[in-house]
Design a protein around this ligand. Structure first.
Ligand code: GRF
Length: 205
């Protein structure tokens, strides 16, 4: 198992995956994206991965498995076979089973388009806008059994503008994500944090 081999799980567009691949290509993020898994056959993220020459690009169909745990076990097998130490969720829209989370405890990282614990869930940008928040942002966090509730690694604020639509706000949040995710991955891979209670404590560099 190599310390910088990562598996990315993505269900959608794959712009965060692309940002990570490009940062790695520029030498700014010391990761080797060895495996990309999607649960959606038509996810553009699969094309992003193939175009970038990712070694293993895999679509696994949840409908072919009896339950969530069985599907996640198949993903886990692929991740272990590929020798990946970190699992990076980038727009992965399935809730992970407890077994999967326990198997990769503190090695699964997610990016969420809001300042958690505000606006968890699948419609964070819409929810922040509807609530009338003036500042929202991006959270990078470890994944535990509480959906969008694991220890926070980093956050980045994004002001809401009075004429924002969900799309315009999500575009600015995406831009922040593309900067933050590779940076945090780099720091993680370099082993620069520990978890104390539920707080991520970064070591000085
Ligand atoms: C991002 O906004 C991320 O925060 C959320 O899903 C979106 C994925 O976008 N979890 P993309 O597929 O990386 O473009």
């Amino acid at each position: 198992m190599s310390a910088n081999r990562i598996a990315v799980m993505a269900s959608g567009k794959g712009s965060n995956l692309k940002a990570i691949l490009q940062a790695a290509e520029r030498g700014e993020c010391p990761v080797n994206v060895q495996l990309v898994i999607s649960d959606k056959a038509d996810a553009p993220a699969l094309k992003v991965a193939k175009d970038a020459g990712v070694a293993d690009v895999l679509f696994l169909n949840p409908k072919e498995y009896p339950d969530r745990a069985a599907f996640d076990a198949a993903c886990a097998e692929a991740i272990e076979q590929a020798g990946c130490q970190w699992i990076v969720l980038a727009g992965y829209m399935r809730i992970l089973s407890g077994e999967f989370i326990a198997r990769f405890r503190n090695c699964i990282i997610n990016i969420h388009p809001a300042l958690l614990p505000s606006f968890p869930g699948a419609h964070a940008v819409r929810d922040a806008l509807a609530y009338g928040a003036k500042i929202t942002g991006v959270t990078v966090h470890l994944v535990d059994e509480v959906v969008d509730g694991g220890p926070i690694l980093a956050q980045f604020s994004v002001p809401v503008q009075s004429d924002d639509t969900e799309e315009s706000l999500h575009n600015r949040i995406h831009a922040a994500e593309h900067q933050l995710y590779p940076e945090i991955l780099k720091r993680m891979i370099e082993g620069k944090f520990s978890i104390e209670d539920r707080r991520a404590v970064w070591k000085e560099t």
